[in-house]
Design a protein around this ligand. Sequence first.
Ligand code: ATP
Ligand code: MG
Length: 315
Amino acid sequence: MKSTVSSDTEIVGISLIIKRKLRFIHKAAKSDKNVLILGETGTGKDLTAKKIHELSNRRDKPFVAINCTDIPGELFEAELFGYVRGSFTGAVKDKLGLLEVARNGTIFFDEIGDLSLNLQAKILRMIEKRELRRIGETTVRKIYARFIFATNKNLQEEVKAGRFRKDLYYRINVIKFYIPPLKERKEDIPLLVDHILRKDRKEGEPKKVIYNETLKILMAYDFPGNIRELENIVERACILSEGNIVTEKDIKLDCDSKYCRKTMNITPEQLIKTLENCRWNKTRAASKMGKSRRQFYRLLEKHKMSDLIKRNCHL
Ligand SMILES: Nc1ncnc2c1ncn2[C@@H]1O[C@H](COP(=O)(O)OP(=O)(O)OP(=O)(O)O)[C@@H](O)[C@H]1O
Ligand SMILES: [Mg+2]
């Protein structure tokens, strides 16, 4: 839910899209306006938010990431605004909210499109007034943090469907950037693979090598899970590879691809375990398994687990 920026925020790629993205990041870092980052799962929205913070004047201040799907609705306000002891059952001591933890740093609302209409109203008020009140307290405090938002949903569609407030959409959509999927910028794949192999290298060991023939397999694949899926595939290939060379047989793609050799042989038990570990957050569970949300839903359907998910996922 909360994080500080790690040193690894290198953005790799040679495509025009990546060049455009870097220009956007520099512009957004100079400004203090609200930023909205859009894109499918695994396209690099988190990374973009962190990079904007890192290049901004706020770089020495906290970067606080809030995954809006992670915090149960009834706890959201307490987490965000903080509370004083005794203000509700279970409030055994004072707690600082994340908005105050962020101080004059950056606060990143991830998966903003998943927030309930009720909480959207509260967020809107908070952004407009730039003020907060800890639960159980009357003092109004100023908010100094800068806001960045991200979602993999089409917010315009969500607004049309009545699931996302129009006024909130306009409020957060001051500087917007859409990150296209990896399949639209395949020229980035070789550099990304090299980057992943470098990151994955064990201390004292040389970096693994991948030949062009093997790269071709990756270039032909569509990566529904985008760069996160590419990372998983390359990291898995490194584990499977013998010696220093990653070969074709080490590359295991998902079954959408003509290169696929492996079916989705994940068991229901594995699915439940992963979901439990991710507190029934489907996006996180999917990403942990190296699947796109679509693939993950297909897996749930295959194992007839949709009802179980409905029962648990509001938790
Ligand atoms: N251009 C890039 N260069 C290097 N690494 C990248 C790039 N884009 C994304 N990544 C890496 O891909 C992984 C997924 O990126 P990230 O978590 O930012 O995606 P996301 O869009 O937030 O995904 P989700 O919607 O599932 O939350 C991360 O490990 C990130 O560092
Ligand atoms: Mg993310």
